[in-house]
Design a protein. Structure first.
Length: 553
């Protein structure tokens, strides 16, 4: 059954609606085009504004440097300073204020004025003290350097050519360099026969300490190879090029096997360092990536490198994945305090440890949030910066142990109390959940106990920056070497980097220490009979750093 035709007025109405729809679509398309153009224009203007701000900041830094140089020059010349440096206002977190806050807390007076005073952020931090003057490159050579003496004589007067009478000797000490090159070490071992006719048995002089039996490369060469790669951060292919320039042909596989031998000799020392770390009351922890080549994979595998550090001890551990089970295997039974980031992996792996989170992360987030809320983010920064300023003050006063704990309880706890009230006020504001300041405030309140753990333990730092700084040399080596050649190479990377870094923090000659340690861990291990605890950089330093050019401090 056919449908009846539509009335003419309905057809006209439908035609009019279709025309209006098409017109609306054209207008919407034009509006979208204009919006895209406006967005691109605003993004371009924002980039230009960022460039201008960066230029102004660089100019401001240049002017400050010039102003400081002019001020120092005027002081050196004895002239009056027409524009003296302004005196910084002290941070209003002193003993009297802490006592008044404690009294008000005990009395329970919750007036509006006192509440506003408590949530007010600290004042701007005081200006830091200027660095001590540096004398640049005119510092004379240190006395411990080996000295080669040259004598230059005068045979006749340079003016008339006559005879001369010796008056004195003018001595000048300058820096020089001995060319570095590979040498051949010829070892001649005497073989004798017993003169007693009843014995008449031969005897051969023993070999000097070597990395292994029948070694072609001695301990000095392997130690030099480790220093070049993990101290000077030179990849093995560049070392091979350096050796080729001296006419020494060593295959890349041989260099890799020498690094493997060095890692095996140093593995027990690295294990002793980790044992000492786990026996302490706390340690800092962090992790980062390390590309690793795996056979059968089209591209490099994303491995994971962990660092554990406290004082002079530093240990690196390599894993193929970032799973928490490996972390639990290492420190699952650790009962101390782990200073780390607020990652779920850390809480899942360190099941028995007490977690103390890093205060530097929310401080950086507040700095990033300044583009959205300059004043609000600056207030949050001042609270955290006040905690760091109090730590600097405690360092200047030389406070340790119980004195530092009392200082933190009296001064830092007051700042944290006000900071918490301020954070709760930020969260209560009508801000969207994605607001950067609100997110930082929620993060700090969620982990407030772990972020304020340092107040109850004088030995804990405010952050895990010490662990993050340990990755600086790893990052440079990773940039130069690009990746580890295999999973085993990643473990060798971690072992040698940790032993070298511990020796550097002990302020000993790394090359001399490695030679000393390799000789006692190699072919003569039985004769020396020294445990791993007796071969650490700390033990080497206690012995006076034998074989080092520079004496131990």
């Amino acid at each position: 059954m056919a449908m009846p035709p539509l009335p003419d007025e309905w057809k006209e109405e439908f035609a009019r609606l279709r025309a209006e729809r098409e017109q609306s679509q054209r207008e919407l398309t034009a509006l979208r085009r204009n919006l895209d153009q406006l967005t691109r224009m605003m993004a371009k203007q924002s980039d230009q504004l960022d460039q201008v701000v960066s230029m102004l900041r660089r100019r401001e830094a240049q002017l400050k440097r010039v102003e400081g140089e002019n001020r120092r020059l005027r002081r050196r010349l004895g002239l009056d300073d027409p524009d003296p440096e302004p005196t910084a206002e002290p941070v209003p977190i002193n003993d009297s204020e802490a006592e008044s806050d404690e009294a008000s807390t005990r009395s329970g007076s919750g007036s509006k004025a006192s509440s506003e005073a408590e949530t007010r952020p600290p004042a701007e931090p005081p200006a830091r003290k200027p660095r001590p003057r540096s004398y640049g490159g005119r510092r004379p050579p240190p006395a411990h350097l080996p000295t080669d003496t040259e004598r230059h004589e005068v045979c006749a007067c340079q003016h008339c050519g006559g005879r001369v009478c010796k008056r004195d000797v003018l001595t000048t000490r300058v820096y020089t360099v001995v060319p570095s090159y590979v040498r051949c070490r010829s070892i001649e071992r005497e073989r004798v026969v017993c003169a007693d006719p009843t014995c008449n048995r031969p005897t051969t002089a023993p070999t000097p300490p070597m990395p292994c039996q029948r070694a072609l490369y001695d301990c000095h060469f392997i130690a030099w190879l480790v220093v070049m790669k993990f101290v000077l951060l030179v990849p093995l292919d560049r070392l091979r090029t350096l050796l080729l320039s001296q006419g020494v042909v060593i295959a890349m596989g041989t260099l890799v096997s020498l690094i493997e031998r060095a890692a095996k000799l140093a593995d027990a020392i690295d294990g002793e360092h980790f044992k000492q770390l786990r026996s302490g009351t706390w340690m800092s922890f962090d992790g980062t990536g390390l590309k690793t080549l795996v056979v059968g994979q089209d591209k490099a595998w994303d491995g994971y490198l962990e660092v554990y550090t406290r004082d002079e001890l530093t240990v690196f551990q390599f894993d193929m994945t970032k799973h928490a089970d490996q972390l639990e295997r290492r420190i699952g039974e650790y009962l101390g305090v782990l200073v780390c980031d607020a990652e779920s992996r850390n809480a899942a792996g360190a099941t028995s440890a007490t977690l103390s989170y890093c205060n530097a992360h929310p401080l950086r987030k507040f700095r990033d949030a300044e583009r959205v809320h300059p004043k609000l983010a600056a207030q949050g920064q001042r609270f955290i910066q006040a905690l760091y300023d109090l730590e600097d003050e405690a360092d200047e006063l030389g406070l340790f142990g119980a004195e530092r704990l009392a200082f933190r309880q009296r001064r830092s706890r007051r700042v944290l109390h006000r900071f918490r009230q301020w954070l709760e006020g930020v969260v209560a504001r009508p801000l969207p959940p994605s607001d950067p300041v609100r997110r930082v405030a929620s993060y700090y309140l969620k982990h407030f106990e772990a972020l304020s753990k340092f107040v109850s333990d004088a030995s804990l730092p405010l952050d895990n920056n010490a662990a993050e700084r340990e990755f600086q040399r790893h990052a440079k080596l990773r940039y130069a070497s690009l990746f580890a050649g295999s999973p085993e190479g990643g473990h060798r990377w971690a072992t040698l980097l940790g032993v070298v870094r511990t020796a550097q923090k002990c302020d000993v000659d790394v090359l001399a220490y490695l030679v000393w340690m390799f000789e006692r861990r190699g072919s003569h291990r039985t004769q020396f009979a020294m445990s791993a605890a007796e071969l650490t950089p700390m033990a080497y330093k206690r012995l006076g750093a034998p074989g080092a050019i520079r004496p131990a401090a």
